[in-house]
Design a protein around this ligand. Structure first.
Ligand SMILES: Cc1cc2nc3c(=O)[nH]c(=O)nc-3n(C[C@H](O)[C@H](O)[C@H](O)COP(=O)(O)O)c2cc1C
Length: 206
């Protein structure tokens, strides 16, 4: 049987940790990962991590050069469960929104949309202009999912790693990839949940 495959794109927005964590969690879930990192993505690796390009490539099962527009993931006949771009820069968002397939990452994203597979874009920019919002709307109209990396404070994160874990896990959720031990609202793994819920009832009843 063909293993479950996930395409991961890393572009040049801040937050390369999200893409790295997605690769780690997918590996734990025994999902085969296919990675493409843009040159600006490599720049953020230099700014935000101590790891080499080789170390990053080794986190995936297969890594492609962004210029290799003839690679497997550039074709719809190469079957995948979908693609996550984490983080997704505004430049990459805009290219995907308007099918401007200028490198392997944007081509693979367009293929994901045209094959009606799951595409999740972890768009990272703030504040947003109308151009950004229009590009997000265009991707949504084409069937993609815009998922900005926004922390959930109600889960009581104790570190940056907790915040990254939760967002990376929620992105994998959207692809149907199970992340064990991901804190979820309404489940026992959320700290002090029972106490909070009973106090919350009191608030609503006053
Ligand atoms: C350290 C650093 C952080 C950046 N952060 C962002 C960001 O959060 N969002 C964004 O859209 N662009 C950001 N940029 C700018 C993009 O890298 C730039 O627009 C680049 O052309 C994107 O190319 P790509 O989409 O091919 O990766 C950042 C650049 C650097 C060097």
């Amino acid at each position: 049987m063909t293993p479950k495959r996930l395409v991961v794109g890393i572009s040049g927005a801040t937050g390369i940790a999200y893409g790295m964590r997605i690769l780690e969690l997918a590996r734990k879930a025994e999902v085969e990962t296919h990675l493409v990192v843009t040159p600006a993505g490599q720049l953020t690796r230099l700014h935000e991590t101590d790891i080499s390009a080789g170390d990053l490539a080794a986190m995936a099962d297969v890594t492609y050069r962004p210029a290799d527009v003839g690679a497997a993931i550039a074709s719809g006949s190469f079957r995948t469960a979908g693609m996550i771009v984490a983080p997704c820069s505004v430049r990459t968002l805009s290219a995907i929104a308007y099918a401007n397939n200028d490198n392997l990452l944007t081509r693979a994203a367009d293929v994901t949309l045209k094959e009606r597979r799951r595409l999740v874009l972890m768009v990272r920019e703030t504040p947003l202009t109308m151009a950004h919002l229009r590009a997000m709307t265009a991707v949504t109209e084409s069937g993609g999912i815009i998922m900005p990396p926004v922390p959930a404070f109600y889960l009581g994160p104790e570190s940056v790693a907790d915040i990254v874990d939760h967002t990376a896990g929620r992105a994998l959720d959207l692809l149907g990839i199970d992340v064990p031990d991901l804190p979820r609202w309404g489940e026992e793994s959320v700290p002090n949940n029972e106490t909070l819920m009973s106090e919350e009832k009191l608030i609503w009843n006053t």
